[in-house]
Design a protein around this ligand. Structure first.
Ligand SMILES: *[C@@H]1O[C@H](CO)[C@@H](O)[C@H](O)[C@H]1NC(C)=O
Ligand SMILES: *[C@@H]1O[C@H](CO)[C@@H](O)[C@H](O)[C@H]1NC(C)=O
Ligand SMILES: *[C@@H]1O[C@H](CO)[C@@H](O)[C@H](O)[C@H]1NC(C)=O
Ligand SMILES: *[C@@H]1O[C@H](CO)[C@@H](O)[C@H](O)[C@H]1NC(C)=O
Length: 377
């Protein structure tokens, strides 16, 4: 309660930067330096903190994390397995490219190229979608995988292979394919994934679709669209399709926003919002808030329609999920540890997963939402 009122009081002063407060708090606590997508997401929060403040302390810390644990001096990636095909492991490629753009140091470019070449060999479904992971999830595409691989695929192509029409076709194909199998055109929301072979225990026997809308996966997908649309060539018809995927999802999220908390449920499909065991989940709520604010900034959706619900959603994040510990560090609460289609895909499964404090995926998304808000001032 003390934390609750303090946060309210400080926020009311309008001078609090939750972005820098979170960035300072994670440095203070220490972050295990890995190349996995949770850390990759948190590091994007530091890219945002640097963009907002130009405080070199953030990039110095971030570079140490990358140089200690990810990129070796000879431009290879520590512990990389050249025959292990898991989309989750490709997400760090975005951060490597960021470092290449910032420093021009070819070791980051070479490390990113390793991931690009891995994509070239990555197993695919019969219609051309990347498997979520080999050998665990054959013929399966998950919304999460779009964020893990295709944002990087687009960024790398934009920087180093922009004239390659087949690469842009291939990137658009990933979005088109997962859309065709997971979007519910009544609710506008997308289920977690699909199995093209229809063999998974959770797969619909006719469509291969997973049964439920898991909010974090939708959040990854929403963020990925925002990363890729600005890079996509204006002249390519895929760009307009991606914009449509983004704007229709943005509208669906408005219908799905919880009226009381202004956040979003862990499981968003009917009849589960408000059901016993379901709860307002913090990583997805941060991702959707970020997505609306960035979508407004990019001119993809109208401020008239989305700014007010986005500001309410952001206020909800601060009230509900920001706590202050005894050292005045910011703690981020309420993020679910995982949600996997390696499970039976049922409601009982998703709600059985514990919550984590200071989860890097949730906190990184909150930092990105804070960036968008603080940049407006
Ligand atoms: C790069 O350096 C690491 C660590 O020193 C070493 O294990 C690896 O074989 C080197 N790779 C290449 C391609 O030089
Ligand atoms: C262009 O992109 C496609 C699809 O990723 C790839 O197969 C091909 O090798 C690329 N072409 C060149 C010249 O790099
Ligand atoms: C699509 O969404 C509507 C509205 O929430 C729901 O009634 C319907 O069951 C959903 N369809 C599928 C296939 O899940
Ligand atoms: C699905 O898995 C959950 C635990 O993850 C379990 O509680 C539930 O009983 C399982 N349901 C079915 C239908 O197998």
């Amino acid at each position: 309660m003390r934390a609750f009122f303090l946060v309210f009081a400080t926020a009311a002063a309008a001078s609090t930067s939750y972005l820098t407060w979170a960035a300072d708090s994670f440095i203070q606590r220490g972050v295990m330096a890995t190349r996995y997508y949770g850390e990759a997401t948190l590091y994007e929060g530091y890219e945002a903190a640097y963009a907002l403040t130009k405080n070199k302390a953030y990039v110095d810390w971030y570079q140490e994390q990358i140089d200690d644990a990810v990129v070796l001096d000879n431009g290879t990636i520590r512990g990389w397995k050249y025959d292990y095909y898991s989309l989750d492991d490709y997400r760090i490629g975005n951060n490597l490219v960021w470092w290449y753009e910032r420093t021009g140091d070819v070791k980051y470019r070479n490390a990113a190229d390793i991931i690009r070449k891995q994509l070239q060999r990555h197993p695919r479904t019969p219609t051309g979608g990347f498997w979520h992971r080999d050998p665990d999830y054959p013929d399966q595409m998950w919304l999460d995988g779009i964020f893990m691989a295709d944002s990087f695929y687009a960024k790398w192509t934009y920087l180093f292979d922009a004239e390659n029409r087949s690469a842009w076709d291939d990137i658009a194909l990933q979005y088109d394919t997962i859309e065709a199998h997971t979007r519910n055109h009544t609710s506008g929301l997308l289920v977690h994934g699909y199995d093209e072979s229809k063999k998974a225990v959770w797969a619909d026997p006719v469509t291969g679709a997973a049964p439920l809308v898991w909010s974090r996966a939708v959040g990854w997908y929403f963020m990925s669209l925002l990363e890729v649309i600005p890079l996509f060539p204006e002249s390519h018809p895929g760009r307009a399709r991606l914009v449509g995927y983004f704007t229709t999802l943005a509208a669906a999220l408005k219908r799905a926003q919880d009226e009381k908390s202004n956040g979003w449920w862990l499981i968003m499909s009917e009849p589960y919002p408000g059901a016993q065991g379901n709860y307002i989940e913090s990583s997805a709520s941060a991702m959707f808030t970020f997505g609306w604010l960035k979508g407004i900034r990019l001119g993809l959706i109208a401020a008239d329609d989305f700014l007010e619900p986005a500001l309410k959603a952001y206020r909800g994040l601060v009230d509900r999920f920001v706590e202050i510990d005894d050292d005045d560090a910011l703690n981020w609460e309420g993020t679910v540890e995982v949600g996997s289609l390696g499970s039976n895909g049922t409601y009982e499964y998703y709600i059985s997963i514990p919550l984590e404090e200071n989860d890097h995926r949730g906190a990184g998304s909150f930092m990105l939402a804070s960036y968008e808000l603080e940049k407006r001032h």
